[in-house]
Design a protein around this ligand. Structure first.
Ligand code: F6R
Length: 272
């Protein structure tokens, strides 16, 4: 796993936006996997800036969001569909028909989840999946104990997640108890993953995800099995990483290599 430590949350957003923008420019019909929550807000703001000021073109891009609360209509202000409209979709030239968020009010969730998986496959799979991480180490809503082979399905939120998200609902009581979420197995099939984390509150989860054992108790740790993951974290979120200095050396070597200052026998280093 590539680990990029930035000084602050702004640096995380800028670096993440560089990864996304580089893909969109190289492959204008790419498929992006998107996350909600506080962490990617800076990334989305930067993508909007790149669209407005540098003409970053989303006309052919297709998106799939990770998850949605069960019971909330798309128009509910706290639904992940309205979150995405507010923070990204309404501000760039994405074709509305190309944006996908699971339906929290589906009549038949089993059928809906199967169809979501099929739509991802029909779109050619996800080229780049943006991920945040929960305080309990979850990715999407794959709470501790979720199968590392899981697919899109209904999941019961953990008490910690309900507590974390109460701030958006004005209290724990109003937080939905269930979500539709892509599975860990679905996420691992993305061609590349960008895991973003900022703030001290994520330091334990980031340590367990990157340096702990692969375990269903920390579903983000399954990313260690993926061959192309970049974890982009700020200093506070990196605070408990034992190999922090090594990750820095790797990034320095990467930069040297890219600028022609290093020679190796292979074409690249440390990408996996
Ligand atoms: C959101 C999602 C969640 C969040 C995670 C972190 O679509 O899938 O896994 O990424 O709960 O949330 P924040 O960024 O609010 O700390």
């Amino acid at each position: 796993m590539r680990v990029i430590v930035e000084a602050d949350a702004e640096g995380v957003s800028r670096t993440a936006a560089r990864f996304v923008a580089e893909l969109v420019r190289r492959q204008p019909d790419c498929v992006l996997g998107l996350a909600t929550g506080s962490t990617p807000l800076g990334l989305y703001a930067e993508l909007i800036r790149l669209h407005r000021q540098e003409g970053l073109d989303f006309a052919r891009v297709v998106t799939f969001n990770l998850d949605e609360y069960v019971g909330l209509a798309a128009t509910h202000p706290q639904s992940y569909r309205s979150f995405m409209q507010r923070h990204l979709f309404d501000h760039v030239n994405l074709d509305p028909r190309h944006t996908h968020v699971p339906d929290g009010r589906a009549l038949d969730f089993e059928a809906h989840c199967g169809q979501y998986e099929r739509l991802i496959l029909e779109a050619g799979g996800i080229d780049l999946q943006v991920l945040g991480i929960g305080g309990d180490g979850h990715i999407a809503f794959n709470e501790p104990g979720s199968s590392l082979g899981s697919r899109t399905r209904l999941k019961t939120l953990a008490p910690e997640t309900i507590r974390d998200n109460a701030r958006f609902f004005g209290g724990e009581e109003a937080v939905p108890r269930l979500a539709v979420t892509m599975g860990v197995g679905t996420i691992l099939e993305s061609r590349r993953c960008l895991l973003l984390a900022t703030g001290e509150a994520k330091a334990g989860a980031i340590r367990d995800c990157i340096e702990g054992p692969v375990t269903a108790q920390v579903t983000a740790s399954a990313l260690q099995l993926h061959r192309d993951v970049a974890a982009i974290v700020d200093e506070p979120a990196a605070g408990l990483l034992a190999r922090r200095e090594y990750y820095r050396h790797v990034e320095q070597a990467q930069r040297l290599l890219q600028s022609g200052g290093l020679r190796t026998v292979g074409p690249t280093i440390d990408h996996e």
